[in-house]
Ligand binder design. Structure first.
Ligand code: ATP
Ligand code: MG
Length: 778
């Protein structure tokens, strides 16, 4: 039997096999990126369910074999021994799929874990509880929360909901939301919950500290409100489960018996409450296996504590510790780069990764003159790889902040490169972006009542759904537009009560229509976000608002770029361009597509080709943390995570000048990039051009359509907007490098560019901007 098993798991290396087979006590697998930690979890579960725990790594006799089971059964029948104990042992021998609990950090990782289990175990895998901390706890609470005095149909409040509740609490407690910004209060409460501190304890701990006192008061009020609404926020989901287990031993016991095997992936990113949870579930049997990498701890800002992994050996007595050092994911060059970067951190246990995968190619570093050139480089490189036979889906683009995706999305959409955004919305699907686009659309066309309804009460103007419905009815009966009815709302009895805000809204829009006629698009943009109060609304939202403000600033960048690229820029022209970017036909959920995501959401994943973009001081590491050594170490761990996602080739890009958030900045290359020794990287783009020139620094020219082409062309073929000036007409036949032959169905001039709709023989119909595509006329 031993030989069969060893053969079945022969792909695993010796240490991995030890980890797969040793399943009786606490086990910590502490190992670097790509060393097979997640793979071990999958195989360990598969092994348990296929063969039970009858095999032990140290070639010791089976712990519980068929004979033992028969013996225990006999004891039970005779009434000897502790029946409960015996039943517990029997219940998990051999373990059933539902005896296994596997916890991972993201939904995407949980999905992959389930897929991999299903491919090894088939249907049985469906009964394994594999999910995130939150999804697992919600499942437990849906059954058990009655004990804590909630109803099982509890609602889950998202951050927006929670902030709203905090605002109410502040009002009731006569606290100003200037002095106590709601989002900050929520953060403080969240940290208290992570530490399992209840409102009463928070109050005691606050002592004479005024601010802490008030936080404790708001916390108490907030808790009361959620409870009476039968609602839980995200932190409650974990905390309530811990409370449930601590206060109701019999409930805990039942779940301990059920989950006889507990495994936690990405353990370095657990917080205190999560640690308490897994300790409780495994307290009776100690069959807990956690895997992690202290160098990949990147959620400190959310309360994660690396301590959980570093003190595992003390928290769980007799824990076995296994280290894995061989990396199976990447080339040696990629690992050398990763090792070099993380080597600059002082707060670490220290380990070096190696692989037998071979050296592979150099890390390709591309320094662009600006972010448009950066996007063009990424697009061109992907197209080239696809032409060589790779899939779009083998490519991942990783950035520090969501807002960085906008420029790349814009380029991809125009060049018809299929892409998907993981763990976030595409830029033009984000609420604040859609809202402002809706304003622009209504200004451009007041008859657009769909968009008008989107913004009529956004920000809040006291115009409710009923009022809007009444106005729509009037409009329908008169054959007028909704906007017209709003403008004359005082004439209609059904609207008289709300005539004031309705008329104000209509005149606000009319004001914008005048602004649009008199000034440039970016001025119009500014007056919309200011005069509607939209910006003020976001400013009051704290951290979350900040991200949204960044996105709006990024929208402004896009408007500015549109204006610069198009001599005859118009509002309707810009909206047309946006409609192309939001064209849903271009995106098929299952289609082969490049993926974009933040470095944080890439944790645990791997891709043959990885682009780490925006590697600049001020972006990564970010402006706010550049001078704080602890924070820089956290950012460096993030760089290590990003670099180690790559299997075959790593591309790192940055730009000498970048417009982000509506401002142009000039950033030096990131220190994380300089930390990679020259021997592992090949530099191209501006860095090469600059070194060939006698002038040491490069000053990008002011951006105009013409020198945009000139500067792009000077890079070589890499980022040349391909066919500036070529005229196309419907009916012409063309060839595209990847999509093959096709016929132009329509050619619509848009500014200085042309939107082509092309029916390809095998790849369907695509919309492509002529300047962003390499087409050959047939
Ligand atoms: P991370 O720290 O990034 O989460 P990890 O340690 O969880 O990485 P895995 O994702 O499990 O690593 O494995 C990385 C890659 O190596 C996967 O493609 C996996 O299939 C492969 N792999 C793991 N172990 C082996 C092995 N013994 N032989 C061959 N390939 C392996
Ligand atoms: Mg992993």
């Amino acid at each position: 039997k031993k030989r069969i098993l060893e053969k079945e798991y022969s792909r695993m290396n010796d240490m991995q096999r030890v980890a797969v087979f040793s399943n009786q006590g606490p086990l910590l697998i502490l190992a670097g990126a790509g060393s097979g930690k997640t793979t071990v979890i999958v195989n360990r579960i598969a092994f348990l369910i296929k063969y039970g725990n009858a095999y032990n790594s140290a070639a010791v006799p089976p712990m519980v074999n068929e004979q033992t089971i028969a013996m225990l059964q006999a004891y039970l029948d005779k009434g000897e021994g502790d029946p409960e104990e015996i039943r517990n042992i029997l219940a998990v021998n051999p373990p059933k799929p539902w005896n296994v609990l596997a916890i991972t950090f993201t939904n995407k990782a949980a999905g992959e874990l389930k897929n991999r289990l299903e491919s090894v175990l088939g249907e049985a895998a469906l009964d394994i509880w594999a999910g995130t901390f939150h999804s697992i706890c919600v499942r437990i609470l849906r059954r058990e929360i009655g004990a804590l005095g909630y109803d099982k149909s509890f609602t889950i409040y998202d951050t927006d909901d929670s902030v709203r509740v905090i605002k109410d609490c502040l009002k009731e407690l006569n606290l100003s939301d200037k002095q106590f910004p709601p989002k900050q209060m929520l953060g403080a409460i969240s940290r208290l919950k992570d530490e399992m501190t209840d409102p009463a304890l928070a109050k005691t701990q606050a002592g004479g500290d005024y601010k802490q006192q008030k936080i404790a008061d708001v916390y108490a009020q907030y808790t009361k409100k959620l409870k009476s609404a039968n609602a839980l926020d995200f932190d409650d989901i974990i905390c309530c489960t811990v409370k449930l287990f601590e206060q109701f031993p019999e409930v805990l016991k039942a779940w301990q018996n059920r989950f006889a095997y507990v495994m936690v992936d990405e353990y370095q990113d657990t917080n205190h409450a999560q640690y308490r949870l897994v300790s409780l579930i495994s307290a009776s049997h100690k069959r807990i296996c956690v895997v992690g990498d202290d160098d990949q701890s990147i959620y400190r800002f959310r309360g994660a504590t690396i301590e959980n992994i570093l003190s595992f050996e003390h928290q769980f007595e007799h824990a076995e510790v296994i280290r894995l050092e061989q990396n199976y994911r990447s080339t040696q060059t990629i690992l050398n780069a990763a090792n070099a970067v993380i080597g600059h951190n002082t707060q670490r246990k220290g380990k070096e990764l190696w692989t037998s995968n071979g050296a592979g190619e150099q890390v390709l570093v591309y320094r662009a003159s600006d972010e448009m050139e950066e996007a063009a480089f990424i697009a061109d490189t992907i197209e080239e790889n696809v032409r060589l036979g790779h899939q779009y889906s083998e490519h991942a683009i990783l950035y520090r902040m969501n807002a960085q995706s906008a420029q790349i999305e814009r380029h991809f959409a125009k060049a018809a490169i299929p892409y998907r955004i993981i763990g976030g919305l595409r830029f033009y699907e984000r609420k604040e972006v859609k809202d402002i686009i809706a304003y622009l659309s209504v200004i451009n066309n007041p008859a657009d009542s769909v968009r008008l309804k989107r913004i009529i009460n956004e920000p809040k103007r006291g115009i409710g759904d009923a009022t809007v419905a009444a106005a729509e009815e009037i409009a329908a009966s008169l054959g007028d537009t909704l906007f017209q009815v709003l403008s004359e709302s005082e004439n209609y009895a059904a609207l008289s009560r709300k005539a004031q805000p309705l008329k104000e809204f209509a005149s606000l829009i009319r004001g914008f229509i005048d602004t649009a006629a008199e000034t440039s698009l970016e001025v119009l943009f500014d007056s919309i976000v200011e005069e509607t109060g939209y910006m003020r609304m976001l400013q009051a939202q704290g951290d979350e608002g900040l991200t949204r403000i960044e996105n709006l600033n990024e929208l402004k960048s896009n408007i500015l770029k549109y204006v610069l690229e198009n001599e005859d820029a118009t509002l309707s022209g810009f909206l047309e361009e946006v409609s192309l970017l939001t064209d849903i036909d271009n995106y098929d959920a299952d289609a082969d597509a490049a993926v974009m995501m933040t470095m944080h959401s890439a944790k645990g994943l791997e891709f043959p080709f990885v682009f780490v973009v925006g590697m600049e001081e001020g972006i990564f590491p970010g402006m706010q943390v550049m001078y704080d050594p602890t924070e820089v170490e956290e950012e460096r761990r993030l760089a290590y995570v990003a670099i180690t996602r790559a299997k075959k080739r790593l591309y790192i890009t940055n730009a000498a000048s970048r417009m982000l958030f509506g401002q142009t900045m000039r950033n030096r290359p990131s220190r994380f990039l300089t930390e990679i020794p020259l021997e592992y990287k090949e530099e191209t783009g501006l860095s090469v051009r600059a070194s060939r020139q006698t002038v040491p620094t490069y000053t990008p020219p002011a951006y105009t359509p013409r020198n945009a082409v000139a500067s792009a062309v000077s890079v070589g073929s890499v980022s040349k907007p391909a066919q500036q000036g070529v005229a196309y007409a419907a009916g012409e036949r063309v060839n595209h490098k990847i999509f093959g032959n096709g016929m132009i169905i329509s050619a619509t001039p848009m500014g200085n560019d042309t939107l082509l709709e092309i029916a390809f023989e095998t790849k369907g119909t695509k919309k492509i901007m002529a300047n962003f595509t390499k087409l050959e006329k047939l």
